[in-house]
Design a protein around this ligand. Sequence first.
Ligand code: SF4
Length: 703
Amino acid sequence: KQSSESKCVQTSCPYCGVGCGVDITVEQGKAVKLSGTPEHPANFGRLCVKGTNLLATNHHQGRLLHPVVNGEQTSWEKAIETVAARFSQIIKEHGPDAVAFYGSGQLLTEDYYVANKLMKGYIGSANIDTNSRLCMSSAVSGYKRAFGEDLVPCSYQDLENTDLILLTGSNAAWTHPVLFQRMEKAKAVNPKLQIFAIDPRRTASAELADFHLPIKPGTDAALFNGLLNFLADNRGLDQAYIDQYTNNFSACLDQAGQWTLTKTADYCNISKSSLKRLYQAFLTNKRVINFFSQGINQSSSGADKCNAIINCHLASGKIGKPGCGPFSITGQPNAMGGREVGGLSNLLAAHMDIDNPEHRALVQNFWQSPTIASAPGYKATDLFDKMNQGKVKAVWIMATNPAVSLPDRAKVEQALANCDFVVVSDCVASNDTLAFAEVKLPASSWSEKNGTVTNSERRISRQRGLLTPPGEALDDWQIISRVAKAMGFDQGFNYSGPAEIFDEHARLTACNNNGDRALDLSGLTGLTTDEYDRLKPVQWPVNTKYPLGCARILADGSFFTDNRKANFIAISPATPKLACSAGYPFSLTSGRLRDQWHTMTRTGKANILAEHTKAPEVTLNPADAQSLGVAEGEMVKVSNETGAVFLQAKLSDDVGVKQLFVPIHWNREFASSATANQLFAAIVDPVSGQPEFKQAPVQVEKT
Ligand code: SF4
C-alpha cells in the first residue's frame, strides 16, 4: 500500500512471543502511525499496550551511532579489524573454545543463522548461547526428550477450539496479553470453556480465570504426576494411544503412582477438593490445552516439569488433535527462530544434533566449512563462569543485557571485568553490559532491519525495515559477516542480503530430511528477493505435504524419535534447590510487569509505559508487612547471600504469607539498587541449563 507521500509497511512486534503483526504508516521517512495488522493470524488486529506504544520508543535518543574501540569513536574498518584480530589471536593461542558469542531472542533468524555458522562451522566451537536459555530451554529439553525434536505441537487457534485451558506458571494477561484477549473472546463465544490458573501468585490472569490453584512454589511436577495417577485410577487413560504411539509408559506410571490425591495436595499445599476439581476437569473435558510459560521453565527442574505436563497429554491422548496439547509460550519474539538455526550451545542448525556424527557431517558438508563443532559448548551461566575462570577469554554479546538479565549480577559483572576482550553489538549507547565493552558496535534496530522471526506457534513472520538506521548502524548479520571475512573466512559469508541467508537456512532444513525432522522449510526455498519481501506469515513445516504450512504437528501420532514413538519420561519431583531457612524465611519469585519489557532499554523510553508501575516494588503479604512494621510505599531491603536490593513495599494478598514478588525489569539507569538479578543465585536445571528465577530464599527488612 503506497502513495508518493506515505506508505504502509507490515512488520511484527519486537516484544513477546505472541508475534503480533503491526501495520506502520511511514511519511517522509518517519513512522507516523501504528496499528495491529487485521489479517495477521497471531493477533487479527489486536495489540497490547506495549505494542500500541511502540512508536513512542522509536526515537534515536540514546542510540549507539558509531563504532567505539577503547572509548574512542572509530571507523567500521578499524573496529572490525580489532574484533577479528583479537578473536583470531586468542583462538590461535588458546583454541576455539576460548571464545564465545552470547546472543538474544531479539536477533532475527538471519542474524542468528550467520552467528551460529561462524562459531560452529568456521571457528569450530559450540560456544554460542543466548538469552533464550533463560526463557525456553527447559521446554526445548522437554520436547526433545518426549517427541525427539524441539517442536510445539499446537496453534493459537487451538485456544479457541478447546474446553479447558490450564494456565500453568503463566500470567498471560500481562506477559502475552493478545493471547489472553483471544482466550477471553473464546470464552465469551463459548461460555463452557473453562480457564484454570495454576500459580502461587494471584496474578491478573488468576483473577480473571474460573479457578485459581495457588500451589506452593516449585511443586508443579508433583501436581502433574498426581494428575497422571488420577487419570490411571479413573479410567482417564487412552490405552490404545499409549500402546500404539508411545514408549516407557509403565515406568512413568510406576513413578507417578505414589502421588495420591492426599499426598499431592499436602505437597502442593492446596486442598484436596481444589486438586480434585482440577483433575476432574482434565479427566472429563475432551479438549485440554496446558498453556505454560516461565513458571514452569525457570526452575532447577524445569525440563522435568515440562515432561510431567507432556506425560498427562500423551497418557490421555489429548495431543495432536484440535484444542489439545501441551503449549509452551515463548517469552521473546524470536526465541524459536534462534533455536531453528542452532542458536543454543547444545544444538546444530536446522534442528540437528551436535552429538550426532551424521548430522555434523551433513551440516559441515552443506556449509563447505573448514570444521564443525564436535561437542556442546557452554550454556549461558556456565559461559560466564568460564569467563570468570579465564577459560573463555573473548566474548561477543549481541543485542542483550546479561548484566541485568542473568542470575547473580555480581558474578556476571566480575566475569565481564575478568574477560580479556568484550565486544558488544547493540542499538543503544549505554547499558549495564556495554559499560564493560572494549569494542562497541552500533547495530540497527527494530523497524530498521529486515528478516524473519518465529513466534510461539511456529509461525514465521517478516520483520521489515521501514526506516533508515541512524548514524553508521549496520544489521547484525552484516557485522558478523564482516568480522568473519576479516578472520579469513571469505567463502561462507558473502551474502547479498537476508533473503539469501533465509534461503540457505531453508535449504539446510530440507537437506537429507526424509521426514525425520519436523522443521522442514523446503517449500520456502528458492524465494526471490521480491517473494521473500512479500512473505506472508506461515507455520512450519512448509513442504510438499504442507505447502501452506501446518497448524498442528503430531496429528498422525508419528513422532521424531528413533522408533517414531513418543517417550514418557518418569519424573521424580524435586523442590527448588535453595530452601527457605530461619535466616532467609521469605520465598521470592520474579516476573514481568504488564507495561515493561526485559531490561527496559526500549520500553523505558516511553513515559506512558511507566505510568502502570512507576518504581520498582516488592509485593508482600499484608500480614508479613504488619509483622515487619512496614507500610505501603515504604522502602525495604530484600537480601540474601547473593545480594541485596532496595524496593518500595507494595502490600497485597496476591502473594501468600512469606512469599514475595519482584519485577525483573529495572536496570542501573533507572534504579541502580533495584535490579532483581542481584537476588538469584546461578542455580540451573542440570538438563536444560535454565536458571531458577522463580524461587530464592530472602530476608526482608524495613530500611
Ligand atoms: Fe507485542 Fe506481545 Fe503485545 Fe503482541 S502481545 S503487541 S507481540 S508485546
